[in-house]
Design a protein around this ligand. Sequence first.
Ligand SMILES: [Ca+2]
Ligand SMILES: [Ca+2]
Ligand SMILES: [Ca+2]
Ligand SMILES: [Ca+2]
Length: 396
Amino acid sequence: MTTSSTAKSDNLSTVNTESQYTASSINTFEDNQDLSVSSLSGSSSSDVSASFNTSPYITSPAIYADFNGDGNNDKFWYNTETGETQVWLMDGSNVSSEANLNTMATSSFTIGDFNGDGKTDIVWQNQQTGEMTMWLMDGTSISSEASLGTVDTGFSDYSISDFDGDGKTDIFLRNQTTGENVIWVMDGTSIQSSSTLENKDSSWTYTMGEFNPNFTNDIFWHNTETGENSIWFMNGTTATETALDTFGAGWDYKVGDFNGDWTTDILWTNSATGENTLWEINGSQANATTLDTVGTGFESSIGDFDGDGTMDILWHNQETGESTVWIMDGGNVSKVELGNSGAGMQATVGDYDGDGDTDILWRNSSTGDNYVTLVSNDGNYTTTPVATLSQEWVTF
Ligand SMILES: [Ca+2]
Ligand SMILES: [Ca+2]
Ligand SMILES: [Ca+2]
Ligand SMILES: [Ca+2]
């Protein structure tokens, strides 16, 4: 595998242990833990077939892949050696439909919904030529494929967001070496406008979010050397910068709406010490709460595991297989221990059965075995093997 040929999503680091996830290692959530849907139905015995979640982020096909728009999150796979691609439409722990799509060698990709039809699309960058290619998706088919042109290969850092709030995902391109930043406002496979924004030198990293929230998406900037933080509040291609407190030099950060106010918050993690701090953000205000420390080696995945519209955190240790879900209510945390996954498993998350609760796909990247853990509205969970794909395949 070449390190340059990977998907751009989170949690794609590979593991190389021999252990397997076994059915016998799977427990149920502790009986006294309440993972029921509370804010939506007022009852923990609500119809488990109900397919809703109040979070616009959890249900966004630009954030969690849904290639046919049925409300069940799906899986996309990329073979880092051959460039082969595969899509799985999920129906719970069943792969209801799968297809091999075009081969895209030496490329990176990310998802979005560039035509705003509620079905996840894919944008590619060829890391050798800089050519950008878009696939508008319809289930297991590419309904439209187009070249977006070629960028300088220095712009290998790109992400998606909806900067003008029209429901069609746009593209942000950054040259991490020179600090140059460019926005492409998209309408399907057409670049409506291209704008160069202010330079941010290579000590800055960023993530996308919705920090006001007016649904023109914004950019959070963090200076890894000085700990300076700021937000670009976006309105189309116009950025208005607001400085936040200085914090977290050398810390990692992830985004999620952990208090359900539709404003993106920041989870800070110090991977050396295991310390965590939550920033609940409202415009230019960041309310900091120190959270518990997790052991080193734990990685976070963000989802809504109790389906209440506020995002939660799956902590998973790939070496030991330990997993804990933190059910979040702002800075208040209820912890739920998951069974041990077995060592060497990589977790990715999505709502694969469409019941509003985020589920987990475990992948053993040594053996290529995959398992889906479905979280149900009553707080129980079940784990089922799904198809195996050899180790050079990655997913997000
Ligand atoms: Ca689409
Ligand atoms: Ca929030
Ligand atoms: Ca939640
Ligand atoms: Ca679910």
